[in-house]
Design a protein around this ligand. Structure first.
Ligand SMILES: Nc1ncnc2c1ncn2[C@@H]1O[C@H](COP(=O)(O)OP(=O)(O)OP(=O)(O)O)[C@@H](O)[C@H]1O
Ligand SMILES: O=P(O)(O)OC[C@H]1O[C@H](OP(=O)(O)OP(=O)(O)O)[C@H](O)[C@@H]1O
Ligand SMILES: [Mg+2]
Length: 286
């Protein structure tokens, strides 16, 4: 029987939409939603399982699923011996300690002898031990930010992104203990056939990510400035330069990394480039 990859995704939550979108951009089609808990792809040898995110590392470790997408925070908290295959760049957040806004804070030792509510007892426990802080960890599975206002704990340790949940619960962030993003995990003992499929999937994911991180750029350049402008636009191998119908001018096509974009674009304009077009790239294959 030919191999089929079993991939565990969060059914509904902060990871779900971006996970589904990633597979869509990789050209892998499957149905989801409307209470579906399992779905077979119509055009890739993969079967998808829709689960609670906390259960995904365990399913991957046990071999029920070959791959899964979870937050690094959950992968580390559960401590399951799964392999991180690739960082996915979405669901970025941090795990932070927060205390009521009016409370003084001079440092982590303010937590000595205090109660801290969290859904991440292992990550927090390790962090406090590393800092030599002795505090009581009170594990709760959700709505952690409510704990101080109902007298359950003096501090919390929970996921923060925009900070608005902390703000609306009268809390202030005082210490970040972990930074997280979505990751693709796999069982460590994949057989050779499945590894081929994982490599195929990974190739597609990297092409999608590279395309997102780069822009296609087209501009007109005076020939006397070509050397300076092309040096700022190395592209995937080198830029394409073709003459314009107007004497003394050329068209330059290249690819530019998103991170260098604004800095380079100013230098390119200063060198005399005109009519600059910046175009999104759908896929980028090295
Ligand atoms: N506000 C946020 N912004 C960005 N990423 C987040 C945010 N909150 C959580 N995450 C990331 O997304 C993951 C899933 O978060 P979510 O809140 O959906 O989990 P959950 O409520 O435990 O879901 P489930 O019902 O599947 O157990 C977290 O483990 C974290 O990595
Ligand atoms: O800093 P913010 O942008 O406010 O995000 C942080 C909040 O987001 C997550 O909860 P979510 O909204 O996913 O609800 P849940 O905990 O009930 O899953 C997390 O547990 C925090 O409570
Ligand atoms: Mg969960």
């Amino acid at each position: 029987m030919s191999s089929v990859l079993r991939i565990a995704l969060q059914k509904s939550g902060r990871l779900s939409e971006d996970s589904y979108q990633l597979f869509k951009e990789c050209g892998i089609r499957f149905d989801y939603g409307t209470g579906k808990l399992k779905s077979v792809s119509s055009n890739f040898p993969a079967e998808f399982l829709f689960l609670r995110d906390d259960d995904i590392p365990g399913y991957v470790e046990d071999g029920v699923a070959d791959l899964g997408i979870v937050g690094e925070n959950v992968a580390v908290e559960t401590g399951r011996p799964v392999k991180t295959v690739h960082k996915l760049g979405f669901s970025k957040c941090r795990l932070s300690i927060a205390i009521p806004r009016g409370t003084d804070w001079t440092g982590i030792h303010n937590l000595d002898g205090k109660n801290i509510a969290t859904s991440y007892p292992n990550l927090l426990g390790r962090y406090l031990a590393g800092q030599g802080v002795r505090a009581e960890i009170h594990e709760i599975s959700g709505s952690v930010e409510i704990a101080p206002s109902i007298g359950l704990a003096e501090a919390v340790c929970d996921i923060v992104s925009s900070g608005s949940t902390l703000m609306s619960n009268g809390l202030k962030e005082v210490e970040t203990i972990f930074r997280s993003e979505a990751i693709l995990i796999s069982r460590p003992d994949l057989d050779a056939d499945k590894q081929v499929l994982v490599d195929k999937l990974l190739f597609r994911i990297k092409s999608v990510q590279a395309a997102k991180n780069n822009k296609y750029i087209v501009l007109n350049a005076p020939n006397h400035a070509l050397g300076q402008i092309t040096a700022l636009l190395p592209g995937m191998k080198s830029p394409t330069v073709t003459p314009l119908a107007t004497e003394g001018w050329s068209s330059v096509h290249s690819v530019l990394n998103e991170n260098e974009f604004w800095e380079n674009i100013e230098a390119i304009r200063a060198a005399g480039a005109e009519g600059i077009l910046v175009i999104p790239i759908e896929k980028m294959i090295y």
